[in-house]
Design a protein around this ligand. Structure first.
Ligand SMILES: O=C(O)CNC(=O)[C@H](CS)NC(=O)CCC(=O)C(=O)O
Length: 283
């Protein structure tokens, strides 16, 4: 029961057509190297700090060129593709976008969709504040995708900090957790690897985390955004199998799915939950 996965590390800019060309090339390299599954980062189609630019270049799911192009590429190459996420227009009255992950099969069909649940509304330093919920509407539904390769538990970026989501995914049958990201450099250096390894150890799952990296090109006048990189693959026992550093590219990793059962047999903590009373509010 083996699975060869390719993590794709990218520096997406704010022009979806350029990002799509880059993603296509990486998928072709992944397939040529023997990958049966390739995974792209969060907001593969557009990293932008300008709401005006997003309103101009983003499209609905039905019109999105990145979704159509990568479905076509999956079919041409005969591989599975996890599109980490796409920023997409919705029909919501408030005009907010969706931050949506897609699992595509080798026929190019969409096998699962997941909308990011937890919004990154965080001041990471005195000069750096994110308010994701101003532009994006949160999802409300956890997703496990059953496939002939494996059962995948989907998540996105800031979701990583909510351990109970991953526990729920693993209990619902997931053996591979996907965490595409565009992590901030400050929190990335402090928390990224530790959190990913913790989620793997707690659940006895493989964790695949394709990431955005570097300084993202932006049209004139926009704030340039940087991301942490370090796309990571972690085994169910917690070892880091692959760390891609900060250079864009394709990283291959072999997953021996028997190691999920092995890790859970050694430490069955996933199956040792107990009910408990919450602490009293009174002192
Ligand atoms: O805004 C976009 O274009 C797409 N969304 C993102 O990049 C999101 C929200 S700003 N980034 C994160 O969730 C980083 C989380 C993080 O860094 C942490 O948890 O420490």
């Amino acid at each position: 029961m083996g699975l060869t996965a390719a993590l794709i590390q990218m520096t997406s800019g704010d022009n979806p057509a350029t990002n799509l060309e880059m993603a296509r090339r990486y998928l072709q390299q992944a397939a040529a190297q023997g990958a049966t599954l390739a995974l792209t980062p969060e907001v593969t189609n557009c990293v932008s700090t300008s709401n005006a630019n997003q309103n101009r270049v983003l499209q609905t799911e039905a019109e999105d060129i990145t979704l159509a192009g990568l479905r076509e590429e999956a079919r041409a190459l005969g591989i599975w593709v996890l599109i980490g996420s796409l920023a997409l227009k919705t029909r919501d009255a408030d005009g907010r976008f969706a931050n949506r992950s897609f699992l595509i099969d080798p026929d190019g069909a969409i096998r699962a969709r997941y909308d990011k649940i937890h919004m990154f509304d965080v001041q990471v330093s005195p000069s750096e504040t994110y308010r994701e919920s101003a532009g994006f509407r949160p999802g409300t539904k956890a997703v496990v995708a059953q496939t002939p390769l494996a059962a995948f538990g989907l998540s996105i970026c800031y979701d990583l900090r909510f351990a109970h989501l991953y526990r729920s995914l693993a209990k619902a049958g997931a053996v591979v957790l996907t965490v595409p990201a565009a992590f901030s450099p400050i929190t990335g250096a402090a928390h990224w690897e530790t959190l990913l390894r913790a989620r793997a150890i707690e659940t006895g799952c493989f964790v695949l985390a394709p990431a955005q990296t570097g300084r993202h090109p932006a049209s004139d006048g926009q704030r340039v955004r940087s991301t942490h990189g370090h796309s990571l693959a972690v085994a169910p026992w917690g070892e880091v199998l692959l760390d891609m550093g900060t250079v864009p590219g394709v990283g291959l990793v072999n997953l021996d799915l028997a190691r999920v059962v092995e890790a859970r047999d050694r430490v069955p903590a996933l199956f040792h939950d107990r009910d408990f009373a919450l602490p009293d509010e009174s002192p």
